[in-house]
Design a protein around this ligand. Structure first.
Ligand code: PGA
Length: 251
C-alpha cells in the first residue's frame, strides 16, 4: 500500500513573516494524523525557521534543490549534509524550472539524486515534457530519458527511498492541469519502466502528479490508480487550498 504524499513547493515566494503565518495556518488546520504525508519546501534561507515551527507536527520539511557535490568550493550551493543538518527529510531534484532556467542536465540531476540519497534525504525527482514535445508525440521518450539517467546511475533500488513527480511543463503555473487520464497514462508508463528493472520497487514507488493542482481538481487526479499524491506550487501558498488538497489525497 503506497501512502500518498502531498508536497508544497513554495518556490521563491514569501518572507519570514509570511512564511511563519502560512506555517501556523497549516498547523492549525491539519489533522493530527493525516492519511497522506505532508511536506513543505520553503526557500533555503527559511528552512530552519519553518522547520522549527513544524517540529513534532505531521509536516515534513523539504528543500527545493541540492548540490550534487558533497562539500568544497562551490559558491552559492547547499549540500545534502547541510539540508539534513537543517532538518530536511525531502529535497526536490530536477524541477523543470531548474532544468529550463538554469540549464540543469539529466546527468547533473541524476548526481543530485544520488547525493541526496547518500545523505539520507528522500529525493523527489521531477520529470515531464514541454508542450512542443507532447505535441510531437514525444512525451514518453522525454520522460524515459529523464528517468533512465537516474536509474543508470543509482539503480532501481534507489527509487525505493525516493519519490517521482510527473510534472508536464505546460501544466505548471498555467492553470491548465493535465486531465486525470493524461496523468494516469504517463504514471503507468513510469511504473512500467521501473517495473522492467524491478517489479517490487515499481509497485512501491510513489508517483506524484504536479502542474496546476488545486482543491477543485485534486480528488479526480488522485483517484487515478497510479497517482500517489501531488507536488503543488501556487496552491501550496494558501493554507486552506493546500489542506484541502492534503485531505483529497487521504480520501
Ligand atoms: P503549480 O506548480 O502547482 O503552480 O502549477 C507545480 C510545480 O511547479 O511544482
Amino acid at each position: 500500500m503506497r501512502r500518498p504524499i502531498v508536497a508544497g513547493n513554495w518556490k521563491m515566494h514569501g518572507s519570514r513573516a509570511e512564511n511563519a503565518r502560512l506555517t501556523e495556518e497549516l498547523l492549525a488546520g491539519c489533522p493530527a494524523q493525516p492519511r497522506a504525508s505532508a511536506v513543505v519546501c520553503p526557500p533555503f534561507v527559511y528552512l530552519q525557521e519553518v522547520g522549527r515551527l513544524l517540529r513534532d507536527s505531521a509536516f515534513s520539511l523539504g528543500a527545493q534543490d541540492v548540490c550534487a557535490d558533497a562539500q568544497g568550493a562551490f559558491t552559492g550551493e547547499v549540500s545534502a549534509a547541510m539540508l539534513r543538518d537543517t532538518g530536511c527529510e525531502y529535497v526536490l531534484v530536477g524541477h523543470s524550472e531548474r532544468r529550463l532556467l538554469y540549464r540543469e542536465s539529466d546527468q547533473l540531476i541524476a548526481r543530485k539524486f544520488a547525493a541526496a540519497l547518500a545523505r539520507g534525504l528522500k529525493p523527489i525527482l521531477c520529470v515531464g515534457e514541454q508542450l512542443a514535445e507532447r505535441e510531437a508525440g514525444r512525451t514518453q521518450d522525454v520522460v524515459a530519458r529523464q528517468l533512465d539517467v537516474v536509474l543508470e546511475l543509482s539503480g532501481a533500488g534507489a527509487l525505493a527511498q525516493g519519490v517521482i513527480a510527473y510534472e508536464p511543463v505546460w501544466a505548471i503555473g498555467t492553470g491548465r492541469n493535465a486531465a486525470p487520464e493524461q496523468a494516469q497514462e504517463v504514471h503507468a508508463f513510469i511504473r512500467e519502466r521501473i517495473g522492467a528493472r524491478d517489479a517490487r520497487i515499481a509497485a512501491a514507488t510513489r508517483l506524484l502528479y504536479g502542474g496546476s493542482v488545486k482543491a477543485g481538481n485534486a480528488a479526480e487526479l488522485f483517484a487515478m490508480p497510479d497517482v500517489d499524491g501531488g507536488l503543488i506550487g501556487g496552491a501550496s501558498l494558501k493554507a486552506d487550498e493546500f489542506l484541502a488538497i492534503l485531505a483529497a489525497a487521504g480520501a
